[in-house]
Design a protein around this ligand. Structure first.
Ligand SMILES: NC(=O)c1ccc[n+]([C@@H]2O[C@H](COP(=O)([O-])OP(=O)(O)OC[C@H]3O[C@@H](n4cnc5c(N)ncnc54)[C@H](O)[C@@H]3O)[C@@H](O)[C@H]2O)c1
Length: 356
């Protein structure tokens, strides 16, 4: 039986909703998409993922579609966005999913968005450092942040693209140039270092990782990743060997995955998990929940450097409060000096990329 005029109208609306005009399918398969939601259900936040078709982007999109705080999910990439969008949109959760492909659709992807998560860029291969990625990813982050400055200047930005120690300063410079910079709203995602630290320490202590809370400060590369083992909760103590083993494993967790994947990329699944844990905390802060505290790489006055990762309280404006480092032991004080030296150079590299 042919669909009625009214049904045809509904089908057209569903199709137009899922894909912007130049992404719409032309084979009349919209009827088969009738199970996709045409309207937002629960009230919630609008979230965009830039780089949504990548190794991190895809599981991140799936997990954000499962997040009850999200009402609208925009998936943007320069490749494969329609496929990932169609796939994710069939999940029977509340968020409406829309796909956006290529730079001409960047501003539509960002219009009205509350939280932008950026995992766009190339990942590390064996033998590469995060700094080796600099030139490619710096350009990608600049373009995406120019789009944010135009289309959703008040959005909270969660930046995942490496090297985070340089891409966050790049984003800050782009926003400053555009006159939209609000340091509270720009957060470099270092959550994976915390997730790894919780896991590795739980293994040594024989605890459930969910019970462990490790502050990881500094930055997100090698020695700039500084786990504060003297401040682990629940309180515990480590021998010198344990401290060195754990610090080294946390600092090189990314390399462990890059080498195990042997050319097939870097951490994607644990990163998507960590990104969602962090994004969820940002959304709870935006909603006004009290006491939401996580580590992030932000504009900071905790040290003499302009950016530094510490615990921050997430609130209605993003990083509403930045916590001090707390008491450090001798091992951590030495680590902090090393971390600051490397961080200073990475921050400068990011700033110069935009200013040159
Ligand atoms: N912060 C962290 O803890 C952490 C951890 C792991 C990886 N990373 C970084 O995350 C980034 C992504 O890693 P991945 O494994 O998902 O890589 P990937 O290559 O699998 O995916 C990257 C995606 O970005 C897309 N992309 C490229 N240029 C784009 C542009 N201009 N606009 C929008 N999308 C664009 C690609 O098409 C691809 O789909 C890398 O920079 C990686 O180093 C960060």
């Amino acid at each position: 039986m042919e669909p009625s005029v009214e049904a045809n109208g509904r089908i057209a609306r569903i199709s137009a909703h899922l894909f912007p005009p130049n992404l719409q399918m032309v084979d009349g398969s919209a009827l088969r998409r009738a199970d996709c939601r045409a309207k937002g259900g629960a009230p919630g936040f609008k979230v965009a993922i830039l780089g949504a078709a990548g190794g991190i982007g895809q599981p991140l999109a799936m997990l954000m579609k499962m997040n009850p705080l999200v009402s609208v999910l925009h998936l943007y990439d320069v490749v494969n966005a329609p496929g990932v969008t169609a796939d994710i949109s069939h999940m029977d959760t509340g968020a409406v999913v829309r796909g956006f492909l290529g730079q001409p659709q960047l501003e539509s992807a960002l219009a009205g968005i509350d939280l932008v998560i950026i995992p766009a860029g190339v990942p590390r291969k064996p033998g590469m450092t995060r700094d080796d990625l600099f030139n490619i990813n710096a350009g990608i982050v600049r373009t995406l942040c120019e789009g944010i400055a135009k289309a959703c200047p008040k959005a909270i930005v969660n930046l995942i693209s490496n090297p985070v120690n340089s891409t966050v300063p790049i984003a800050a410079e782009v926003f400053k140039k555009a006159g939209t910079y609000d340091p509270k709203r720009l957060l470099g995602v270092t959550m994976l270092d915390v997730v790894r630290a919780n896991t590795f320490i739980a293994e040594v202590l024989g605890l459930d990782p969910r019970e462990v809370d490790v502050p990881v400060v500094g930055g997100h590369a090698g020695v700039t990743i500084l786990p504060l083992l003297s401040q682990v909760k629940p309180p515990c103590s480590f021998s010198k060997e344990e401290t060195e083993y754990l610090t080294n494993r946390i600092q090189n967790g990314g390399t462990e995955v890059v080498e195990a994947k042997a050319g097939a990329g870097s951490a994607t699944l644990s990163m998507a998990y960590a990104a969602v844990k962090f994004a969820d905390a940002c959304l709870r802060g935006l909603r006004g929940d009290a006491g939401v505290v996580e580590c992030a790489f932000v504009a900071s006055e905790v040290t003499e450097l302009p950016f530094f990762a510490t615990k921050v309280r997430l609130g209605r404006n993003g990083a509403d409060e930045i916590y001090q480092l707390g008491p450090l032991n001798e091992y951590e004080r030495i680590g902090l000096e090393k971390a600051k030296r490397e961080l200073a150079a990475s921050i400068q590299k990011g700033v110069s990329f935009i200013k040159k």
